[in-house]
Design a protein around this ligand. Structure first.
Ligand code: ADP
Length: 372
């Protein structure tokens, strides 16, 4: 390596916000950078010569497949593209942090034998994950506290002043408690759905589904909610099936139709359209499109991106009157992406349309799965 290149690497290492440690094959630290020293709360001079295991615990997480010593998956190492895995970083103060890290073998170019390992602990990524998690926890706590406060308040009133309340008042207060408990249940269910989606633990059973049947099932489930609206379904008699998970497809359609009903006045029409889309080029996948339109309040253009974010409820009279967690469209969008599809929205007062495109179950696709 030329002196200049060496200088570049040294400067990079010294100034990197991510923590870097080089060890020999026995795990003894041979060099490290200021970020690592800062992270573990010690001087670089003290760290050099120590065992890396006194700072980094690779095996404390089930899925922490970060290997110490010889590696089992050659191709990963050869390409140096190990996905970061969570490790526990043990600091001198006794505090422990779980952070993403990768470990790369350092090999002799000629013989191919490893002479050491380079470990990177991704401080920047860990900080932004931590921040997103903290924000989520604080929003969730706030969202949970609102119904809890109301449940506690009305229960207290009934307990303290029960005899002085007439039957109608008592029924009204118990009714509020029940509504708020229902809201809490919805929140917890949605938060669990978000957590499953984000931890990628979503189990999908993909098969060919008739779009009209899926729409009919959702319509049946929403009969009660839709009783003050006119719901129209527009679709060709023979439609290409969708290549999706039946429950998730129903969840997507339920969320969108439920919103169309919630955010449009009674007496207006909700239109559900399903159609097959032509391939734009031979390389494009064939798609099926579902469009759900309503004649409601609409979404101002500047707020359109916000509706797909977590807890993204807009402030307008219909939103204030309706129950919602603000997680529905976030979940819907994540499900569309998980199924290999996409979702978009266009809106103006009196007309909002959410459009979902999902892969069509073409004969090739079904045959590829051995079901053709
Ligand atoms: P919520 O539980 O509040 O319905 P969603 O994530 O489903 O949460 O929707 C987020 C926000 O997007 C809603 O609170 C509402 O402000 C807006 N929104 C969703 N669908 C519509 C629609 N069809 N018309 C107008 N606004 C909508």
């Amino acid at each position: 390596m030329s002196l200049q290149t060496e200088e570049i690497y040294r400067t990079l290492l010294q100034n990197s916000a991510d923590a870097v440690v080089v060890t020999d094959v026995d795990g003894l630290v041979t060099s490290t950078n200021p970020s690592f020293a800062k992270l573990v709360g010690d001087d670089t001079t003290n760290i050099v010569g120590s065992q890396i295991t006194s700072f980094v615990d690779w095996h404390s997480h089930d899925d922490a497949d970060v290997r110490l010593g010889h590696t089992s998956d050659k191709s990963d190492d050869e390409h140096g593209n190990d996905e970061p895995k969570p490790v526990t970083v043990l600091t001198r103060s006794g505090a422990e942090f779980i952070m993403p890290a990768s470990r790369f073998p350092l090999k002799d170019e000629k013989t191919g034998t490893a002479w050491g390992f380079l470990t990177i602990i991704y401080v920047i990524q860990a900080n932004s994950l931590q921040q997103a998690q903290t924000e989520f926890v604080s929003t969730v706590s706030h969202e949970l506290r609102t119904p809890l406060t109301s449940i506690k308040g009305f229960a207290d009133t009934i307990l303290r002043a029960g005899d002085r309340l007439d039957v109608a008042q008592q029924r009204r207060y118990v009714g509020i408690i029940k509504d708020q408990a229902d809201r809490l249940t919805r929140l917890v269910e949605d938060i669990l759905a978000v957590s499953r989606l984000e931890s990628k633990k979503l189990q999908l059973t993909i098969r060919a589904i008739d779009p009209r049947e899926a729409i009919e099932r959702v319509q049946q489930n929403l009969t009660d909610k839709a009783k003050n609206h006119k719901v129209i379904v527009n679709s060709a008699n023979s439609l290409t099936p969708v290549w999706a998970d039946a429950d998730r497809l129903e969840q997507i359609l339920t969320n969108l139709i439920d919103n169309a009903i919630k955010y449009s006045p009674a007496g207006t029409t909700v239109t559900i359209t399903a159609r097959g889309l032509e391939r734009a080029t031979a390389n494009d996948a064939e798609m099926v499109e579902f469009a759900i339109s309503d004649e409601g309040v609409g979404i101002p253009e500047e707020h359109l991106p916000q509706v797909f974010s977590k807890f993204g409820r807009l402030d307008n009279p219909l939103v204030r009157q309706t129950e919602g967690t603000g997680l529905g469209l976030y979940i819907t969008r994540s499900l569309c992406l998980a199924l290999g599809g996409q979702i978009s929205v266009s809106s103006q007062p009196g007309n909002t349309t959410f459009t979902v495109k999902l892969p069509a179950a073409t004969l090739e696709m079904q045959a590829a799965r051995g079901r053709g």
